[in-house]
Design a binder for this molecule. Sequence first.
Ligand code: VG1
Ligand code: CO
Length: 544
Amino acid sequence: MKIDTVTTTPFPGQKPGTSGLRKKVSVFQQPHYLENFVQALFDTLQGTRGKTLVIGGDGRYYNREAIQTLIKMAAAKGFGTVLVGRDGLLSTPAVSCIIRKYQAYGGIILSASHNQGGPDGDFGIKYNIANGGPAPEKVTGLIYQNTQEISRYLIADIPDTPLEDIGEFQAGGLTVKVIDPVEDYAQLMESLFDFDLIADMLGEGVFTMCFDAMNAVTGPYAHAILEDRLGAMPGTVINGTPLPDFGGGHPDPNLTYAKELVDIMNGVNAPDFGAASDGDGDRNMILGKHFFVTPSDSLAILAANAHHIPGYRDGLAGVARSMPTSQAVDRVAARLGIECYETPTGWKFFGNLLDAGMITLCGEESFGNGSNHVREKDGLWAVLFWLNLIAARHQSVEHITREHWQAYGRNFYSRHDYEGMDGAIAQEIMDDLRGKITSLTGKSLGRYRVAIGDDFSYTDPVDHSRSEGQGLRLVFDDGARIIFRLSGTGSDSATLRFYMEKYESDPARHNQDPQVALADMIKIANELSGILTRTGRGGPTVIT
Ligand code: VG1
Ligand code: CO
């Protein structure tokens, strides 16, 4: 095998964010751009000779081209085997599952998750380590350092590998195995959930559901698991064919971008259960008939009901949530007598807790839940968890959620996103807030007294690594909170996120619209930040 050493120079800004490096497709298409980043990554990896690397992506535009480059660079790096999904497809949780199952050295996921795709959209790349989870900050920091000093990359001079069919190919010294993207993942799901029980419920034709794959990677998974194995009616999965531009939409399962599903679930003859997943299959949105479950509530409900699910019948070691996620799950943990950990935003912070056996379930307010079955959040897993729960309890999504609020109280919660902002203005708003946040401690804002005003930092309880600057928070005396964060998953423009939360124990008040229940907090957030006057906007782009 001939290996070419190509001279190159650094690109600025190849710094991984909340979840890998995400840039416009046109940026990734520049000569050497992808190669530089991959070489910077490979230069951090020791002892890869003969080892296995998993490669897959969410099928977005530029996926196929990028995978060929990765295979050639993996050959040059001396990996022994590459496992790649057919057509280059693997969901993020499937990559995590496959790394763990085949004890691979690591994996590369090509995705910009919920960001738009197509030639004018975003592309992304993310590295996962041997536990199946996203590389921790110390690794992503090293990669970034390398990108700033890079002067060459190594690539094998071998032909492209055909990815259309399952099979095995020799590429220089490398064996490329093109695998079924669904099979290993489906087997794992079957080991956790009561498929017979779910199949009985779906097969009767009385219980109906709709799953929106948003023209992204979960299409093949949902068809295979929900329709083929569990017997849901054909047509249950909508937008089930992965498209390079996701049909022009944002593959982001929220109330704004999953509009088709939301309309179906709010319409006449709405199905009993609705769900959607994002570009790379790690997020989930759960809906009942005319009913929306916030991701934070969903996490709490899964934790409170885990004993109904075969895979979790032995109980939970502990739970964790990201800092901006509502404290609903904290109440469940308290009642179960288990620990609840609070981590910064991003799945990479759950890895150590899961590996150490300190937690079983974890989640984020951004439509992400997961467990110790893999080291990524997992969209279809959450859907199957809910289906198993509904089948076990014979109750609707709305009933289960309302009963949960009765038992634990309701944490009213909302996130306001200001997308597509001018980066300088967004930064200025955050800087101003950071400048005054600590001095607000002890002061009154409206009828609230600030107990903590700070910039959240985290010390990992396992390896004691520190992460600073993880979001500005105001915690009030009664536990209510306002959090301000700058998104770390965008490509060019900036997104500001405001998170508001407030607890209500009185069941008589659980029916309020969260926007009404939280109106006073939203007002405080808007006034403190000056968001509306400083941007001239009428309101947020997305409200969850
Ligand atoms: C967002 C979410 C965060 C999530 C991350 C990756 O990050 O807020 O909770 O872990 O996306 O999810 P940010 O920095 O934009 O707020 V995914 O499905 O895009 O990999
Ligand atoms: Co995602």
